[in-house]
Design a protein around this ligand. Structure first.
Ligand SMILES: *[C@@H]1O[C@H](CO)[C@@H](O)[C@H](O)[C@H]1NC(C)=O
Length: 408
């Protein structure tokens, strides 16, 4: 019954915007005229950017439709969820607007905002429906006491709101929930339904919010949000800064999306139990390299999992920790990890990549200006730097039709 009504309202919208009448849950054809209007009407719109001639797009099409039917059965409420598609061949401006560089690209729009992460999971009905189901869950979990807060130990950071009135009724909570929706992939959001902690009350706070770093960054203190929830922008900026760290761990799961950010990698390879070099590296990045963050991604990698790139650099597990740049063309080794604490060294290493010096020196030996005691014979035999290994973790031609054939 409910389902029938949804179909009815979907077809009403369809006839309003595309002048077509359709009687089942067909994936909605989006174009530059209707795009904003449609995405602003739904809590979640899942969009398939495709091209008819692309083989992977053709394979996806029926799967996408079936996933949509399944999702609509579960979430029949009006304005909750819509699956749409953009034919990139005749909607070039939309494709350009959303930086589509491969087909098919699946993007989620929540509250009319494009999600930072595109869908990269399996293209099966089950995987897609699981993903969308997960996104439609409430992004804020209630916890009942302050003690529970202390027990939160997760891989992601957490943002915890203490509200002294039933939160659902306040504008503050609406802001909190909105930011939680935006950042749910990067942080977990909680609200405490019970008593706040004594120490926070003594600090004179009524409603307050805490960022609790993930257990991946042990020893870091909780941080209290200094602003108010009157402003979405203010809270969103603060939360983004806390939840998306300057230094991130690369794993096989996130490698593809990290490569697609298009910036070279500065990677610390470390033994899994070695937290100290991770801390040192993280501190140096925050202290000295913040200004480079638009030029390079700061990453850490478990050297046991990523033994292959080490091997490529002519190194083994015994050589950990070590630092290298992967420019997606070549890899360059930071000569001596122990120099990490020498102010300016790591920054110079990055600047040498951007100036082309690293590459030049590999081919032609040390630059003449550098002609001093530092010039040992280290480089003399090497005629070409090792090729990039992380390039291979970028989106694959076995899954996508890539539009830009060049290297990243
Ligand atoms: C760098 O400095 C940190 C903290 O000052 C220290 O813990 C670490 O051992 C130093 N690392 C090296 C390689 O010198």
């Amino acid at each position: 019954m409910v389902k029938f009504e949804t179909y009815l309202s979907t077809s009403l919208i369809l006839s309003l915007f595309s002048f077509k009448s359709i009687c089942s849950a067909e994936v909605f054809q989006l174009n530059s005229q209707n795009f904003d209007q449609i995405t602003s009407q739904y809590e979640l719109v899942f969009v398939n950017f495709y091209a008819d001639w692309c083989r992977f797009s053709q394979i996806l099409s029926p799967v996408f439709e079936e996933a949509y039917s399944t999702i609509l059965k579960e979430f029949p409420e009006p304005n909750r969820v819509l699956f749409g598609k953009v034919d990139c061949e005749n909607q070039g401006s939309l494709a350009a607007k959303f930086h589509i560089s491969k087909y098919p690209t699946l993007k989620v729009f929540i509250n009319n905002k494009v999600g930072k992460r595109e869908y990269r999971g399996q293209r099966s009905v089950e995987a897609i429906t699981n993903h969308i189901r997960d996104l439609l869950k409430d992004p804020v979990k209630p916890i009942s006491t302050h003690e529970d807060h202390n027990n939160i130990e997760e891989k992601k950071g957490a943002i915890i709101g203490y509200f002294n009135v039933p939160p659902a009724t306040t504008n503050e909570y609406v802001t909190f929930r909105k930011v939680a929706t935006d950042l749910k992939g990067d942080c977990n959001f909680y609200w405490v339904t019970g008593e706040p902690s004594i120490s926070h009350l003594q600090a004179g706070k009524q409603n307050f919010i805490i960022f609790k770093p993930s257990r991946v960054r042990p020893g870091e203190q909780d941080i209290i949000y200094p602003g108010t929830l009157q402003s979405y922008d203010e809270f969103s900026t603060w939360s983004t800064d806390k939840c998306i760290p300057l230094v991130r761990e690369i794993t096989f799961e996130n490698a593809e999306e990290l490569t697609e950010e298009g910036l070279p990698f500065l990677i610390l390879f470390h033994a899994p139990e070695d937290r100290q070099s991770v801390d040192t590296y993280t501190n140096i990045v925050h202290r000295e390299l913040y200004s480079e963050s638009s030029n390079i991604n700061f990453l850490t990698a478990d050297g046991h999992k990523f033994a292959h790139p080490l091997h490529h650099l002519g190194k083994t597990l015994k050589d950990l920790p070590l630092i290298a740049i992967d420019s997606f063309r070549h890899m360059y080794l930071f000569p001596n990890f122990n120099d990490i604490n020498i102010s300016g060294k790591l920054k110079q290493f990055i600047q040498d990549l951007h100036s082309g010096k690293l590459h030049r020196e590999f081919h032609f030996g040390p630059d003449p200006a550098n002609d001093d005691k530092d010039n040992s014979n280290d480089n003399q035999i090497i005629t070409s730097p090792p090729e990039s290994t992380f390039k291979k973790l970028a989106p694959s031609r076995n899954r996508y039709t890539l539009l830009v054939k060049d290297e990243l």
